[in-house]
Design a protein around this ligand. Structure first.
Ligand code: AHG
Ligand code: MN
Ligand code: MN
Length: 339
């Protein structure tokens, strides 16, 4: 018989053992299983590409004024539909919907709130570059009552009880935290099951790789201009070493590179997005990713504040984001403090 540690551990077994160890209750475990199952359906839809007629524009716009791709709409519907009946949720909120979606009256309401970016990086769908789903789980304040108000979602990221993302790439991966470390699961497509493939991921404190959209350089604030300029002059400058750059333009893929080999990911404030507060959304992009990065030993900041401590004022609020390997995030923050 093979030694036990070589036996594949499914997501179901992993979550069951988490619950036995006191991390999460049966409702949270069921919620995470349902989200993972919905993401398998999104992986199937994404994987069909042109054959499934899923590429291209939906011809509609979301509340944020962004044109929706067909797969934005399909992924949102898959997640809403999967989460309606389980009895574990009080409501869902999504990038694609102005207001929270209430659990239909036909089903019982639970004590959790789920937020998601159903399809992240959707500008990359039509060119067959990795896209993903990002999700965050909060507890409903005050337990189970009627209609959920938007204000009940407006909790800082430190309140998250679980967060994760799924990357639909050359393989489909689920990266999950329940607040004590980060674990990676790979989808066994034939068996239809997520299998634990990296346990308790830690990212290096030091890195020489960063991700930023350089085309926005002239619009950044002065501290970010100075910080990136010092990275670009490499070993001839104050940092004394060369840096490498990557930018996928799917946050899930850029963050997953960091989870795999370290690095930083930045979407700072710039003149174009200043009036909105930033580009990335706090509640269902920045917060879950920051929770995962911190749980993997990294750091996440707006440049001026720990990201998870930002008190949200709106469901679709945007924030500047600097996250990844701890020492490099701290360095970027120092440039902001020096102003
Ligand atoms: P979404 O597709 O959910 O709207 O998110 C796209 C985000 C993020 O994934 C990515 O890092 C960033 O937008 C890319 O922005 P640029 O196109 O400005 O590079
Ligand atoms: Mn996104
Ligand atoms: Mn999206």
């Amino acid at each position: 018989m093979k030694p036990d540690f070589q036996r594949p551990v499914s997501l179901t077994q992993f979550l069951t053992e988490e619950r036995r160890a006191g991390f999460g209750d049966t409702d949270l475990i069921q919620l995470l299983e349902i989200v993972a199952r919905a993401c398998k359906r999104i992986a199937v839809a994404t994987g069909k590409g042109a054959l499934g007629g899923v590429l291209g524009e939906a011809g509609t716009g979301n509340i944020q004024g962004e044109a929706q791709k067909k797969l934005d709409v399909i992924s949102n519907e898959i997640l809403l539909d999967a989460n309606a009946w389980g009895g574990h949720l009080a409501a869902c909120a999504s990038e694609e919907m102005e207001h929270p979606q209430q659990i239909p009256d036909a089903y019982p309401r639970g004590g959790y709130l789920l937020l998601f970016d159903p399809l992240d990086g959707s500008s990359n769908i039509d060119v067959n570059i990795s896209v993903g789903t990002i999700f965050s789980v909060l507890k409903r304040p005050g337990g189970h009552r009627g209609h959920v108000d938007t204000s009940e979602f407006l909790q800082p990221g430190t309140n998250q009880v679980a967060a994760g993302y799924v990357v639909y790439g050359s393989c489909t991966l689920l990266v999950l935290t329940l607040g004590h470390g980060v674990n990676v699961f790979t989808l066994d497509r034939e068996a239809g099951s997520f299998i634990l493939t990296r346990r308790d991921v830690k990212i290096p404190d030091e890195t020489s790789e960063f991700a930023i959209n350089m085309s926005n350089q002239r619009y950044w604030e002065a501290p970010m201009q100075r910080y990136i300029a010092d990275l670009l002059v490499g070993k001839e400058g104050p940092r004394g070493r060369d840096f490498n750059m990557r930018w996928v333009a799917s946050m899930v893929a850029d963050v997953h590179r960091i989870i795999t080999r370290g690095g930083t990911f930045m979407y700072p404030l710039d003149e174009k997005v200043k009036s909105k507060g930033g580009k990335l959304r706090l509640m269902y992009e920045a917060n879950p990713m920051s929770f995962i990065i911190e749980q993997a030993g990294g750091a996440a900041s707006t440049g001026r504040q720990r990201l998870l401590e930002v008190v949200p004022e709106g469901l679709h609020q945007r924030v500047p984001v600097i996250l990844g390997s701890k020492n490099e995030v701290d360095m970027a923050v120092k440039y902001h403090a020096a102003v």
